[in-house]
Design a protein around this ligand. Sequence first.
Ligand SMILES: O=C(O)CCC(=O)C(=O)O
Ligand SMILES: [Fe+2]
Length: 324
Amino acid sequence: MSIPTISLSQSRATLIAAIRDACLSHGFFQLTDHSIPTSLQSSLFGQMATFFSRPVSIKLHSTKQDHIEGGYEEFRKYSLETGRGKPDLNEGFAIGPAFVKNQWPDETVYPELSGFRKTCESYYAAMHSMAREVGGLIAEGLGLAKDYFEEYFKDELAHVRLIHYFRPDTVAEETEEIGAGAHTDWTLITLLLQDQIGGLKVQYKDTGEWLDVPPTPGAYVVNCGDLLARFTNGVYVSARHKVLAPPKGLHRYSVPYFSDGNPEYVVDVLPMGSEWKEWVGDRKGEVPKAERLWEPVTAGDYFQSKWLESASGGNVENGLGLGA
Ligand SMILES: O=C(O)CCC(=O)C(=O)O
Ligand SMILES: [Fe+2]
């Protein structure tokens, strides 16, 4: 059993149906034959390796100042698994849209980082278009117009997060350590690029089994987030996933694009089209209010509440920011 791999170069109808099946079963799939250039992916990985290899004191100069901004996020800053009580073994660099403050490293002071900002901005723009494209395919699969989510994507407060996972010397090899604790994403969809190290696992809702998401060069791992689950009243799966810490000496790099939406957008059960009937059996038509699983929420409020939960210490007994 593994998550499906779906090629973007097939007939639109087949593609839409394949994505819908994946959203209904695993909530995860890999997308191949997309239009993101390999050269952009490799320059991004190159820039990430250079940035994260700088001393912490330098990286701290570009520390992110609040939840919507971009910038450096220290090792062990977050704990994604509610109640696990331990911080995740990763550091990151968040990139927000141009209308928020991004704490870029000063490339005149650190010439080794020249091109970092430009590469990150190109990558962000490419991911925003890809998210809109995938959003269109998902909308059509729900029997809605292709541009149904346009208002959601307009002035979207999405973030790309450059992530660097490693096991510090102080953490024994034999301990089972977690790079990112089990969680669901807070997004409509997430588009993730991962390197060849592996360690990402997704829980299959029917059996509880943890399935590997095997590294596939250049492919995007796409998953449904909590907002897509809310839009579909829980029919599309926002699956739990986690990342194991790499073995000592190995470094894993991954890059999710979190489609968190326009902060003002109200997320509520969709007016599902006629096809909804055919593929969801007895849950047909517009889902009656009495059966709704969640109350409407703005995308911005949802993002803020989840961010505070993972960063405030809510998931870690003695607070966060413990440093490496
Ligand atoms: O690094 C990965 O493979 C996944 C990261 C992730 O799930 C997250 O940051 O939400
Ligand atoms: Fe995630």
